[in-house]
Design a protein around this ligand. Structure first.
Ligand code: PRP
Ligand code: MN
Ligand code: MG
Length: 180
């Protein structure tokens, strides 16, 4: 285990198992769209790792596209500011869209993103989030697929960063408070 990690919450195996299950659920739920397939959209940068693994567990035609939105700077707290840093490459009108997120925390990012994507009139729009934090102040967001509920701690790994570090840890763990 990395020296800066206080506790591992989800091991590499735990994550692989849930990603497998979510991929199977999506494959089943979208069986009627087996011709046109789905568009997976990930919010850079954190969700890229989850989406890459999830895409390989969906047995349907999958298009992958990326948006960059940032609500956090390099600090531990949300700045409350959402910015589009990179837009989609594809048109999503009439497509079945699934947003892959690594974590739902305040909900600021997804609230903004879902409103933005809905205005492009996709055939359907759902969210697959690997983690949903248990916090009181979270925007109400319907997530069709949730990997794990997690405590309101500063967590890193499997895409989640602190100041751009720790994204490459294969597990998800709680960062030691003395690190931030
Ligand atoms: C993190 C995380 C989610 C978002 C969740 O991204 O990857 O996208 O925050 O927080 P929220 O529900 O409070 O909006 P961040 O903005 O840190 O960018 P990153 O993905 O590049 O790390
Ligand atoms: Mn993110
Ligand atoms: Mg971040």
């Amino acid at each position: 285990m990395h020296d800066d990690i206080a506790e591992i919450l989800f091991t590499e195996e735990d994550i692989a198992r849930r990603v497998d299950e979510i991929g199977a659920a999506i494959t089943k739920d979208y069986a009627d769209c087996a011709e046109e397939g789905v568009v997976l959209i990930s919010v850079l940068r954190g969700a890229a790792i989850f989406m890459a693994d999830l895409a390989r567990k969906i047995d349907l035609p999958v298009e992958m596209d990326y948006m960059a939105i940032s609500s956090y700077g390099n600090g531990a707290k949300s700045s409350g500011v959402v910015r589009i840093l990179k837009d989609l490459s594809s048109q999503i009108e009439g497509r079945h869209v699934i947003v892959a997120e690594d974590i739902l925390d305040s909900g600021l990012t997804l609230t903004y993103l879902l409103k933005n994507l809905a205005s492009r009139r996709p055939a359907s729009l759902e969210v697959a989030t690997l983690l949903r934090k248990r916090t009181r102040a979270q925007a109400k967001i319907d997530c069709a697929y949730v990997g794990f509920e997690c405590p309101d701690e500063f967590i890193v790994g499997y895409g989640l960063d602190f100041a751009e570090r720790y994204r490459n840890l294969p597990y998800i763990g709680i960062l030691k408070p003395e690190v931030y």
